[in-house]
Design a protein around this ligand. Structure first.
Ligand SMILES: [Zn+2]
Length: 195
């Protein structure tokens, strides 16, 4: 999650009148619909000891993505005890141990090949399907927002991009985001990518 400009005030205000249907299209996916090469129906995740204080947030995020409350999706998450052949690995770092973090970054996701090389530099959008992902929490910004951060970064790992929709878990800034759980638009994007 990073700083972005505000834009969606009008759309956000009108959302409440659209009961039963969303005024937003599905959350954007990456160019060429880049995604997990193995799909998400057996998505194993590993929490490194450096991220052990984020266990509740990660498990909560996994449960929420599995069962969003907005209809079916193919995600099935399994916690495992090593990072061998996993889809998602979680780490805790700070601005001293990770030069990609800064004082306003709550977390980030990077995308990797089977051989342990990155598919794209950190901060760059991958251009082809990836084997696994690493999600880093900024331990210098540990607070209640980590529940949102875990769900948001997991969304990136699945292949979702940022949206100005304040009612998507992929809204990029805490100043703008109005929800704390995965929404219809986000669930729709998963089904678009993996079905
Ligand atoms: Zn983000």
């Amino acid at each position: 999650m990073r700083k972005k400009i505000k834009r969606m005030t009008f759309m956000a205000l009108t959302l409440a009148t659209c009961v039963g249907g969303s005024i937003f299209a599905r959350t954007p996916t990456m160019p060429n619909d880049v995604r997990f090469s193995r799909g998400v129906s057996n998505c194993c995740y590993y929490i490194d000891w450096t991220a052990s204080s984020y266990q509740d947030q990660v498990v909560s995020a996994a449960n929420n993505w599995e069962d969003t409350g907005y209809g079916w999706n193919p995600i099935y998450m399994t916690a495992v005890s090593s990072n061998y052949a996993t889809h998602m690995d979680f780490y805790g770092r700070n601005t001293g141990s990770d030069s990609y973090l800064n004082s306003t970054t709550l977390g980030y996701t990077s995308f990797w090949n089977t051989d342990g090389t990155m598919t794209a530099e950190k901060g760059q959008t991958p251009t082809y399907n990836y084997f696994y992902t690493e999600i880093v929490f900024n331990t210098g910004l540990s607070d209640s927002y980590n529940y949102i951060t875990a769900k948001h970064e997991m969304g990136h790992a699945f292949g979702l991009m940022h949206t100005y929709n304040s009612y998507s878990i992929m809204c990029p800034t805490l100043n703008d985001i109005k929800v704390s759980t995965v929404q219809q638009e986000d669930n729709d994007a998963i089904n678009y990518l993996y079905n």
